[in-house]
Design a protein around this ligand. Structure first.
Ligand SMILES: NC(=O)c1ccc[n+]([C@@H]2O[C@H](COP(=O)([O-])OP(=O)(O)OC[C@H]3O[C@@H](n4cnc5c(N)ncnc54)[C@H](O)[C@@H]3O)[C@@H](O)[C@H]2O)c1
Length: 349
């Protein structure tokens, strides 16, 4: 069926949150004060556990009750990942645009159903890959695109920490490593060509709690992601290595550091047979630190208000990330390297 054009919307936009859990409470906090947006309420049948709402009367028990309450232009879908599809269906069929928390869906099949719904109903939709709005990663990407590192060899991420007990429906690959699988493609500017992965199950849950995923982008850049729920401290690190040095982003502190290659004047470097890298200057950049979730919501609002250049993560990109996550799981279970075709199910090489 042909896509329907998204409607023209006028400010203030009426926006709501569905799911007032760990992340939904932050969306609600921001939406209650966001410029050119009027807060239309929040849906959670379990109540407002974190006290996110200024007015308790803004809470609804169901999406249908929210829809019946008045004008609604968009909603943030912040329910558990398995619930994204039914909630998006009700909203999109009601003509409401959706910012869907990451990952887009728990399976590629559910992700494709969401993409079809969005096309059929003509609503605006985006995926909440919030790391893309982290100031350190935005600056890292800008510097790489400006050629600071020269040719890029490797993108490596680490996302470690203790298990957040609330997650029941997916494992660490779909819950956490989807951040990394999105980032390596966004930072590297190319799709994943192939991936080889290992997982571990150490906590006795149905799903994996540690993953190592190593692969290659279509641009021939290598990537490596280490992600777990088993570490006693939280680490969020992305580094890009290139011919002129290395940029390292810490997304917990929003710090970005450049380690330049030194001038290679040592005897070792002067030898005919060896060409190595030496240590050069280290620079930590001063960055303006805006809250990533606020920047994400502003971008989605601007898209709805007609800014076609607003930096949002599309549903197709979100679907590609779920496909990459399924390729990672397929590789971990088969022991084979898995090749990805854009938009298609992964197949073992
Ligand atoms: N972008 C990020 O960094 C980030 C961080 C955390 C979670 N998330 C994503 O956000 C989503 C929610 O995760 P969470 O950690 O906030 O989960 P959570 O369990 O803390 O909260 C989910 C909330 O949704 C409510 N809910 C369940 N079904 C509902 C329905 N049909 N209608 C309305 N409310 C419903 C639950 O009562 C609960 O309060 C997941 O997709 C997760 O992957 C993203």
């Amino acid at each position: 069926m042909a896509a329907v054009a998204a409607p023209d919307l006028q400010p203030p936009l009426h926006g709501a949150v569905v799911g007032l859990g760990m992340i939904g409470r932050h969306h609600a906090r921001i939406l209650q004060g966001l410029d050119r947006v009027r807060f239309a309420g929040a849906v959670d049948p379990d109540g407002d556990r974190y006290g996110a709402l200024r007015d308790p009367g803004d809470r609804f028990d169901s999406v249908d009750a929210l829809l019946a309450a008045g004008r609604l232009d968009f909603a943030v879908v912040a329910v558990p990942t398995e619930e994204h599809l039914p909630v998006v269906r009700t909203l999109a069929e009601g003509g409401v645009s959706v910012l869907i928390e990451k990952p887009l869906a728990a399976t590629a099949g559910q992700g494709r159903a969401i993409a079809d719904l969005v096309r059929r109903t003509g609503v605006h939709a985006a995926v909440g890959h919030v790391e893309r709005y982290n100031p350190a990663l935005l600056e890292l990407r800008r510097r790489v695109q400006d050629g600071q590192l020269g040719q890029v060899f490797l993108i490596a991420t680490e996302r470690l920490g203790p298990f957040p007990d609330r997650i029941r429906d997916v494992g660490v690959v779909k819950d956490l490593a989807t951040h990394d699988l999105d980032l390596v493609r966004w930072l590297g500017g190319a799709p994943v060509e192939r991936v080889a992965a290992q997982t571990q199950h150490r906590m006795g849950r149905e799903h994996e709690d540690l993953v190592l995923a190593t692969g290659r982008l279509e641009s021939a850049v290598s990537f490596n992601c280490v992600v777990d729920w088993l570490s006693p401290t939280k680490v969020r690190r992305t580094r890009i290595l290139g011919e002129r040095g290395m940029l390292v982003a810490d997304t917990l502190t929003a710090d970005l550091t450049f380690f330049a290659n030194g001038d290679t004047t040592s005897e070792w470097a002067a030898s005919q047979s060896l060409r190595g890298v030496s240590e050069g200057d280290m620079t930590r950049y001063a960055l303006a630190r805006r809250e990533p979730l606020l920047v994400e919501l502003e971008a989605f609002r601007d898209l709805l208000l007609g800014d076609a250049g607003a930096l949002v993560v599309t549903v197709d990109e979100g679907l590609d990330t779920v496909l990459c996550a399924e390729a990672v799981l397929a590789s971990a279970s088969s022991g084979e390297t898995v090749a990805l075709e854009p938009g298609a199910a992964p197949s073992p090489t």
